[in-house]
Each structure stands twice: as structure tokens, then as C-alpha cells.
Write a protein that binds this ligand. Sequence first.
Ligand SMILES: *Cc1c(COP(=O)(O)O)cnc(C)c1O
Length: 468
Amino acid sequence: MHPLHDQSAFADLFNEFSELAQAHLENLDEAKTSFPATKVPDEKLSASGIGALSTFERFKKDYHPLMTASPGPRYYGFVVGGATPAALIGDWLTSLYDQNTLTATGPGDISGNIEIATINLMLQLFGLPSDFHGGFVSGATMSNFTCLATARQWAGKKQGIDIAREGLKQSSITIISATPHSSAVKCLSMLGIGSTQFIQIPLLKGRESADINAMKEILSKTKGPVILISSGGTVNTVDFDDMQSISELKKQYDFWWHVDAAFGGFASCSPKYNHLLSGWENADSISIDCHKWMNVPYDSAVFFTKKIHETIQRAVFQHSNAPYLGNPEEKFGYLNFLPESSRRFRALPAWFALHAYGADGFRQIVENNITQARSLGEKLERSGEFILAAPVLLNVVCFSVKDKQQDAAYMKEFVAALTVRGKVFMTPTVYNGMYSIRAAFVNWRTTEKDVDITLQELKEVKTLMTSS
Ligand SMILES: *Cc1c(COP(=O)(O)O)cnc(C)c1O
């Protein structure tokens, strides 16, 4: 029998998988955070196939040992979250059921309706009103894309141009932003607007946040539609644009307000930090990642857009020439609401996590991570061996080795030496003219003990560098 027809393979695979998964998860706290670059040899396609179980064994032997502990407690690179038990099970079930979540509210499968329910739960988690709706996409890049494509349609409409149908034509769209994330800039490229075609709003002194007076001046001088890309947490210092003031400006000026709150949006889960976002309920669109601070496995993010913009959003994303997909004008469905057509039941992991841990669970993750980041920041400063490149505003520590902050080669070597040891993982950055290292705390597994291990590692690497 050809292995393709062996339905009984499932039972053995599940047993093998269950054993591997348990061992892997139990070991995650100790597993290595990086491995040296390993080449995967050119492989020859098997003519007959070796069967699922043999393939599993082969993967387990060759590649399983090289999977990093990126969902572990001391992986602080980029902004990489882990996966809570509930989210992980939801993710596995997503593959088990293998629904194609295209539609909602009609006959067919229920997954689209569960997605709508999940969006409503998320709005509650963030304290956002129900005049938003939204959907799941693969990451905040695609979430920014969905929101900005809708904004572009809005801007075109103001000038009598249906950009979705006619293209950009003679439209004039002014994009303004203080510290846009690189993915938002990439979206401008993908949208045919151009990645250099935005006005940089001057920053407050020593900050990554927009100078509101300068923003006001730009708004008052600009003719034609404006799209503001604001930050609900920048990646270097987790700085926030002043949402309250932007709300006020929105009463005076007509602009599309987008908030990129990929991870910083989670500050709203804590009464200690939710003031950073207060006012964002007046935005037109918001991007949030679930695979960062929500600790849902890759790849998962949501966008929220105001329901009043539904018609223009559908104008952008509708399938208008496919009778077999139904009439896009008719009822709400994800098929005509976001970039993808066929898509997995991506809401399920988030649905699991929201029910399993509730508002309080996410408040705890957020507050713990912020406490840990501040603690690392204090300990680094107190050590006398490191300096902060910026104050720890929330959950990211941006720091450098004392007296080496101008030494690009040293700092590069330092990060490389740290990475090779595989105990903690951080990524380099340049901030405020300093060659720095970023440590982003977004993992539910991280504890104060990890902060101490991290400090110890950094000190040991510094000693190594001195003696070499
Ligand atoms: C991570 C991030 C993005 C991009 O998100 P992806 O999930 O990587 O697509 C956008 N904006 C901000 C502020 C981010 O931190």
C-alpha cells in the first residue's frame, strides 16, 4: 500500500507527536535560544514517499534538535511572544478542523461567526467600543496594510476617485507620521503610494513621539486628504503618540487616524498603563499583533476598523468578478473584507486564550513583563558596566555597554558573543546615536529569575570580551 492511503498513520503520529511536544514544552526554559547557522542540504524528491511516520522520525533526528527556544522565557529579540497552553491548543485545533474561514453570518461553517465573536472579545480586552469591527490577518504588517488600503480608498473618495477600481490616477494623498514602524513604510510601498512619500512629523525632544504642535501645523497647512500613521508603542523605546491630543485634533481637522499598536496596544489591559492609549477609541483603524504580547503562536494579528468605513473597505477587498463566490455587495463576509481569500480559522487560538485567561490573565502578563523590563534596566545601570540608551518606558530595555556605545564593531561582537551562548537572545539596534541592544519582554513564561540569569549572562560576556 502506498503511504498516502494509510489512514492508520494518524494513531502512531499522534503518539509520537504527544511525546515530542510534552518533552519540548517541559524543556523550553532550558533549551537554547539560538544555534549556529546550519545549512540544509539539497534534497532529492522521493519517488514513492517514505511515509508520514518515517518523515516524522527523520525530522525529529535532523531538525527538531535545532529548533530554538524562541517561545521560551529568555528570548528578547525583536518582539517575539510565546504560546500559552490555551493558545497552542487552539492553534493545533485550527489545523485539525481545517476550515476555510471565508464567510460569516450565512449558511456554511461557523468559523466566521466565531471570528466575529473573537473580535468582540478582543475589543472588550482593549476597552474599545463596539463601533469597531475587524478580522484576523497574518501579522501587524498585513493589519497595517488592510487599514492603510482602506484609508487610501477614503482619501481617493474625498477627491472623487475610486482608487480600488481606477488606480491612484491624479489623487493626492498626504501621509504623515512621527516614528512609523518599518512595516507601515513597507505598506506605503505595497500600496503604490511609495515608501518615501510621507511627511515626518517632528519629534518631541529626546522622544520618539510626535510633537503635537508640529502635527497641528502640518494639518492646518495641508490641502487634500491626510492619513496619520500614529504609534501605540515604538519598537526601540515603546513611546506612544499622544492619543488624547490627536483625538482633539480630529475634532478640528478631517484626517484618517491609524494607530499601529502592534504590541503596545496591550498596555490597555492594565489600569496602570491604559492611560497611554486613552483616546485611541476615536481612531479610524488600529493594528494589533496577537503573536507578540498576546502569546498566540505565529501567525496572528487583528485589525480594527470603524464600522462606518465598511463600504469603502469592501470596495477595496471585494471579489467583483466571480459569480461563484456570490455577490460581494450582499452580506458581510471575510472574503470581501480583507486581503486574503482562502484562509485558516486563525481566530481560534485567540478565542481559546481569551476564554482561558480572561482580562486578568492578560493584565498579569503585561504588568509582569513591564516589571521585569524595568528591573533589568535598573540592574544594568546599577552594575556600572552598562548604560541605558533610553529610559525604560514600558517593556523594552534599550542599552549599551558602558564606554562602548560609539564602538560599532565592539557592540556587534558583543551581540554575536551573547547569541552564540544560546542562553538569552537579544537584537541590536541604533538609538540616539548609540550602538545598542534591545531586550523586549513579551513572554508569559518570563520570571524575575530570568532577569537575573540575563544580567549574569551580560556580565559574563563583557568579561569574556575584555579578556579576549
Ligand atoms: C512587529 C510590528 C509590526 C509588524 O508586525 P508583524 O507581525 O511582524 O507583521 C508593525 N508595527 C509594530 C509597532 C510592530 O512592533
